[in-house]
Structures are given as C-alpha cells and as structure tokens.
Design a protein around this ligand. Structure first.
Ligand code: PLP
Length: 397
C-alpha cells in the first residue's frame, strides 16, 4: 500500500507548562502593558530583553511587535528615509522588502547563488551602482553566507549591515552568533520561528545611539528608563525629542511566555538539526534532486529544509508537488508564477522598482521548501523523505 503522512506541517509544539504558568500570572495581575509596573517592579518584557541580550552576549536588546517591525525600526534607527536605497537578497520573504518599504527606502535586490546565499560579486556591483549605504541581509531559511567575507566587503564600502535573523535564532557563523556581525540583528518570535509568542520581534545591537533611537521609535513615550537592556539615560536626552514614537511594543503576556522558551532554545535547535540530518540523508542520491551544500562553518538551525530540482520543467515540479500533497506532504515552491500562502518571490513585490535577477530567477524556478516542525518525530521525517523520493523518481524516470 502507498505510504501516506498524516502529520501537520504547521503544527508547532505546545508551549511548556512554565510558559503557561507565567502567562496565567500576568493575566491574573493584569499589567500587560510593558510600562505598567508596580513600584520597583521590572516588567516581564524588560526581563526578557535582558535575558536575550545575556544569552547572546550583546549590550542591548529591544523586544517589539514583530520581526518586520524590528527590521523597519532598525532601518529607521540607522536614518534610512524616503527614497534611500537599501540592498537585500533576491531570495527572502515578504516582510523583508516590506520593512524597507515601511521605512521609505527603495529596494535594491541582490542575486543569490545555488547555495541560496547572497552573491558577493553582484553585491559589490550593486553597492557601486546604487551607492546604497545599507544592506538588510536576510539569512533566508537559515542559510548563512560567509560572514567574514560579507563584512569585509561591506566595511570596504562603508555599508551598514542589518541582519534578518528570523530563521537563524540560535545559529552561528563559525564561532559567533548570527545577528552580531552587522550593526543590528533582528529576530521574529512569530509562531513558526524558533521562539513562539504568536507575534513578536527582537532587535539587538552594541551601539548605544542606535538602541536609544530604537527604544524611542518602538513607542516608549518618555518611559525609556523602565528598560534595563539600554544605554545610559543621557544618550536618550540627545535624541528623545527628534525621534518619532512609532508604537510597536512587545507586551508582558508575550514576554512571559518567551522567557521559559529561551531556556529550551539550544535543546530545540539540536532537535531541528537531527530532523534535518535525517531528511538530508534520505534524499541524498535521489535522481533529479540537488541538495544545498553548506559550509562547515555555518552552524545553522534547520527548522526547514530546501532542495533544488534544477533540471525539471514546471509541469514536472507541479506533478511532484501534487503527488506529495495527496500523500500528506506539504511542499512549497518558489517557482510558482502566482504567490501562495507564505511563499512569494521578488517579482511579486511590485512596490519595488522593477529588477531582473537572472540567476536568482533560475534558482527559484527549481527551489522546493518544507517546514520541519518539532512535532515531527525522526520516523515522520523518514516517511516524508520516502514519499518525496518516490514522487520525484516517478516523474524523473
Ligand atoms: C525571512 C523572514 N524575515 C523576517 C520575517 C519577519 O517576521 P514577522 O512575521 O515577525 O514580521 C519573516 C517572517 O515570516 C521571514 O520569513
């Protein structure tokens, strides 16, 4: 009988009991707003920021409403404003160009290579031709480029780097945390990310003026002294009246459920990578598939899996996707002409000036993407891989 998979690709793990208890405590006292504290009390949000900063050994951390909001805030804090050109990878998801647009920037897409990483030659060309001074680097689907080379190139041209770490929380390039190479690192705590508060974002930096601006931008009124992961108060005095309040705060309920999850992050990252390794092993050698090569220095966290079907025509890929879907395996395809669900591609973002990325286009045409939630067992990963392999072999042979 044909094997089928019955699990859900969108089912995350339940929250730990400690998170549920912490949430209940906040709901019982009712002080959900981050600045609503009793005398001497430090809010859950301020504590979460402090703990996140400690975990990454970074000076300052701000929690906010979403990953997209964190990136917009990062760009605004760097001074990006109307019409400024901002570079970003041609392979990313909609909140990234959306953040550039929200800050008023003009999007300049950079090609990727078939390791799904930003193409350094094209980046250099685009830095020169656009004269852009900011790169919003998306570590899309957890793929991390050679950060030493990237930073050398950006430093050479005085390009400031903001890292989109929505898919790399807990990951490193070589010995250093993703998010700490650029001036600012941004994370998401939306349900499908490595910490789950439904919605949420985090911004980190070692730069005191950037953090002071980011805190005011996030909507701190004149209550910024209630942050504990912040620069000295006199830094705020210099910028508090010239920085707009664009409310997008994190609340205490979400922070309360994030704090216990932070303690499990390392364990969960290992669990994701175990699942990734099983899928990678099972799919290795499948005719028609090209797996994504990864540098040993890339200490990734694989909460999703990507592979390429570079030789196949669109109708063959569609046949594979529908064969897999009928057997319960939900694959996403970056080559679809119409954006669907969470998946869209750079040509779908028509608010950006029209651009053509020949290599990226060819790669996306054959790029398949799959979530690996921790509710999947190792056995589930084997079943899923078996089904994918069978469906591809049927079409390819
Ligand atoms: C690559 C990437 N960056 C950033 C984000 C931003 O996350 P949020 O949904 O929290 O705005 C997402 C969310 O899907 C994403 O996929």
């Amino acid at each position: 009988m044909e094997k089928k998979f019955l699990g859900s690709f969108t089912q995350q793990q339940p929250l730990p009991e400690s998170a549920i208890e912490a949430a209940t405590k906040v709901m019982r006292h009712g002080r959900l707003h981050r600045y609503n504290v009793e005398n001497g009390e430090i809010s859950e949000t301020a504590l979460f920021e402090q703990e996140f900063a400690r975990q990454l050994d970074v000076k300052f951390c701000l929690a906010c409403a979403s990953g997209g909001y964190a990136m917009t805030t990062a760009l605004r804090a760097l001074g990006v404003s109307f019409g400024d050109k901002v570079l970003t990878n041609g392979f990313t998801l909609a909140p990234v160009p959306g953040a550039i647009a929200a800050a008023g920037g003009e999007i300049v897409f950079v090609e990727i290579n078939d390791e799904l990483l930003i193409d350094f030659d094209d980046l250099e060309r685009k830095i020169i031709s656009s004269k852009s001074k900011v790169l919003l680097l998306s570590h899309m689907r957890g793929h991390i480029c050679n950060m030493d080379t990237l930073m050398r190139l950006c430093d050479q041209y005085e390009v400031q780097v903001v890292e989109d770490c929505a898919h790399t929380m807990g990951a490193k390039w070589d010995k250093h945390w993703s998010g700490k190479f650029g001036l600012i690192g941004c994370y998401s705590t939306q349900t499908y990310k490595h910490l789950n508060s439904g919605e949420g974002g985090i911004l980190i930096t070692n730069d005191q003026e950037i953090m002071a601006r980011a805190i005011i931008l996030s909507g701190s009124y004149m209550l910024f002294d209630r942050h504990i992961s912040r620069p000295e108060i006199d830094i705020f005095d210099e910028i508090k009246l010239e920085t707009p309040n664009c409310s997008g705060r994190m609340d205490n309920l979400r922070s309360a459920i994030l704090r216990p999850q932070l303690k499990n992050l390392e364990f969960n990252c290992r669990a994701w990578n175990e699942r990734y390794a099983v899928v990678e092993k099972c799919l290795t050698g499948t005719k028609g598939i090209k797996l994504v090569r990864r540098d040993p220095k890339e200490k990734f966290v694989a909460s999703s899996f990507q592979f390429l079907l570079p030789e196949l025509a669109a109708n063959q890929i569609i046949a594979i996707l529908s064969g897999c879907a009928e057997r319960g395996v939900e694959l996403k395809w970056f080559g679809a002409k119409q954006p669907t669900g969470f998946t869209s591609r750079y040509t779908s973002w028509q608010y950006a000036p029209k651009q053509t990325l020949v290599n990226t286009e060819a790669i996306l045409d054959g790029l398949i993407d799959m979530r690996l939630p921790l509710t999947f067992s190792i056995k589930d990963c084997e079943t899923i891989s078996y089904i994918i392999k069978e469906e591809i072999e049927q079409v390819v042979s």
